[in-house]
Design a protein around this ligand. Structure first.
Ligand SMILES: Nc1nc2c(ncn2[C@@H]2O[C@H](COP(=O)(O)OP(=O)(O)OP(=O)(O)O)[C@@H](O)[C@H]2O)c(=O)[nH]1
Ligand SMILES: [Mg+2]
Length: 179
């Protein structure tokens, strides 16, 4: 009889307002694309995934709005979070620059973290893949380019994060996933 492991994992997407955090979640959980979602206050989404045969993970995803000054309640969510998605919009340079200055400082040291270059199907990009890979290397996180319009790499972004938790920390720091 196959033994089944069930784990819990709490994720928080962080990034400027409008980079597409809620849309990414809708694509991942419901496989739907809902354009033009409203600014998010805070919502909890829950889904179950089988990360590999016999390993089921209950994901709790805290979707908070991308306001820069996080409320004390959001700080409380952060302290309970197991892994972070640092999301920027490849067509919005400021959202990329804010990852290092505004969002990465919220990530507790050694927490699993994936940098997501979102809206990658959009041809009006102003952040190159090379620059994003460079930043990922500097921050010691993996990099994934994804699009909620096409669904490309959305699953990979979330599941890379969950798998990353299982790597030894030094190995995780050294890896830079190119998808
Ligand atoms: N081209 C393109 N547009 C997208 C994509 N994902 C989201 N959008 C659009 O980006 C806009 C903002 O998306 P949201 O998901 O509301 O952004 P958010 O990061 O949750 O914003 P806050 O809740 O304010 O922090 C919407 O108009 C979406 O339709 C994508 O993959 N490609
Ligand atoms: Mg939102």
């Amino acid at each position: 009889m196959t033994e089944i492991q069930i784990r819990m994992f709490q994720i928080m997407p962080l990034g400027d307002s409008g980079v597409g955090k809620t849309t990414l979640l809708n694509r991942y959980i419901d496989d739907s694309y809902i354009p033009g979602t409203a600014i998010t206050m805070a919502q909890l989404r829950i889904t179950n995934v089988e990360i590999e045969p016999g390993v089921k993970v209950k994901l709790q995803i805290w979707d908070i709005g991308g306001v820069k000054r996080l409320s004390s309640i959001n700080h409380m969510y952060i302290s309970n979070t197991d892994g972070f998605l640092l999301v920027f919009d490849v067509t919005n340079r400021e959202s990329f620059e804010n990852i290092k200055n505004e969002w990465f400082p919220f990530v507790p040291e050694s927490s699993p973290c994936v940098l997501v270059g979102h809206k990658s199907e959009n041809e009006n990009r102003c952040v190159s893949r090379e620059e994003a890979e460079e930043l990922a290397k500097e921050l010691g996180v993996s990099y994934v380019e994804a699009s909620s319009v096409t669904g490309h790499n959305v699953k990979e972004a979330f599941e890379t994060l969950v798998r990353r938790e299982e790597q030894p920390k030094e190995e995780a720091r050294a890896s830079c996933l190119l998808m």
